[in-house]
Write a protein that binds this ligand. Structure first.
Ligand SMILES: Nc1ncnc2c1ncn2[C@@H]1O[C@H](COP(=O)(O)OP(=O)(O)OP(=O)(O)O)[C@@H](O)[C@H]1O
Ligand SMILES: [Mg+2]
Length: 254
């Protein structure tokens, strides 16, 4: 740096500056220091911007995915009525039936399975488990009643009839087999509110050690055709699983 040319100082590189701390290099040193500081803060700023870009990119990807999901047409929920290999007959909630294709990846499709179908083509896209086994339990009250015949005041004739029609076939089914008659499957109890209809049914369940399954009749009237019938079927399946059982359908309960 002895023979330096002072005339042209257009570009100054840090290597070309003699950093011996002498008086004439002081301005350059100051400039360098300032530039280095600037460089440092610019690097920090760039780092921050890069981080922000990443966050924004992630947000964009998420929003884009969400938007894609929102734009997808909704799928209909239907029930399989008949399986014919890679085709099937489905029943929509409004009761209409359609013959449609089944997506390749769906295996073990069975009658009564719930499936998702495309709105336009009505082809089966996916099998879904709507937890229908649990659904029936939402509509019934299951109980092991404690009420006894002895607690009932009066109603002698009704108690006797209940014993004959409900208790006897459950306790002594062989008597009916012997005579060759099939026992009655149910009774209709009617009368003003609070006169012991539910009480009689509960006492019958207790004396036969049966599961008491209480159903509110209006629950059986479902919004869609066929749903109520399905519910009745499921209630009887439940009763079969919990046998012996008494299904008590209350027609005018609140
Ligand atoms: N004959 C009776 N002996 C003893 N208790 C009774 C008798 N009748 C009704 N009760 C009592 O009255 C209350 C209502 O009876 P219960 O629920 O059996 O009436 P219900 O006929 O089923 O009425 P609803 O038509 O409103 O369903 C119960 O607490 C029950 O114990
Ligand atoms: Mg009642």
């Amino acid at each position: 740096m002895e023979n330096k040319e002072p005339a042209t100082k257009e570009v100054i590189y840090s290597e070309t500056i003699n950093l011996d701390g002498s008086e004439d290099t002081k301005p350059e040193l100051d400039t360098l220091k300032r530039l280095e500081e600037e460089n440092h803060s610019l690097q920090i700023a760039m780092h921050k911007v890069e981080e922000e870009t990443n966050v924004l990119r992630e947000m964009f990807a998420k929003t884009n995915e969400e938007l894609g999901n929102l734009r997808k047409p909704a799928l209909l929920v239907a029930e399989v009525s008949l399986v014919l290999g890679k085709e099937a007959v489905i029943r929509l909630p409004n009761g209409n039936k359609f013959y449609c294709n089944v997506a390749k990846e769906i295996e073990n499709l069975k009658v009564e399975d719930s499936v998702l179908v495309d709105q336009k083509s009505l082809n089966i896209v996916q099998k879904v488990n709507l937890g229908k086994d649990l659904e029936v339990e939402k509509f019934v009250i299951m109980d092991k009643p404690k009420e006894t015949w002895a607690e009932i005041g009066g109603l002698k004739k009704e108690i006797m009839e209940m014993k004959e029609v409900i208790e006897l076939p459950l306790k002594k089914p062989h008597l009916f087999e012997k005579v060759g008659i099939s026992p009655p499957k149910g009774v209709l109890l009617y009368g003003p509110p609070g006169t012991g209809k539910t009480l009689l049914a509960k006492a019958a369940a207790n004396s036969t050690d049966a599961t008491f399954i209480e159903v509110v009749g209006s629950e059986l009237v479902q919004k869609f055709i066929g749903e109520g019938a399905k519910l009745v079927k499921e209630i009887f399946n439940l009763a079969r699983a919990k046998k012996p059982a008494i299904i008590f359908i209350c027609l005018f309960c609140l």
